[in-house]
Design a protein around this ligand. Structure first.
Ligand code: FES
Length: 106
């Protein structure tokens, strides 16, 4: 059964930046865009495992710091000519501040 976890508040995530958390041994990167949208994806690039949380956030995407692949934060899919998929996790911002992430059961 999936469950929602209260992870942090929106202001804990820098605008156009990220914050890391872990769930069931998986490192998750939370991103906040310039429009204050929040996304959660696995913090591991589909190319060679780069730390996406250290990448550059632009519009609704992040550029991996290692070889510059770009991933859509909403879908987890690589953009452009690259192919790859990052695990995404549903996010809800409750009461305008609390970030909840839905994780799968293990
Ligand atoms: S490890 Fe991310 S682009 Fe290569």
């Amino acid at each position: 059964m999936e469950r929602w976890i209260d992870v942090c508040v929106v202001d804990d995530i820098p605008v156009r930046g990220s914050r890391r958390t872990r769930f069931n041994g998986v490192e998750i990167a939370l991103f906040r865009t310039s429009e204050d949208a929040v996304y959660a994806i696995e913090n591991r690039c589909a190319h060679k495992g780069g730390p996406l949380s250290e990448g550059i956030v632009h519009d609704c995407a992040v550029t991996c710091p290692l070889h510059s692949w770009v991933f859509d934060l909403a879908t987890g899919k690589a953009r452009g000519a690259d192919e790859g998929q990052i695990q995404t996790y549903p996010v809800e911002v409750r009461d305008g501040r609390a970030v909840h992430v839905r994780f799968p059961a293990r």
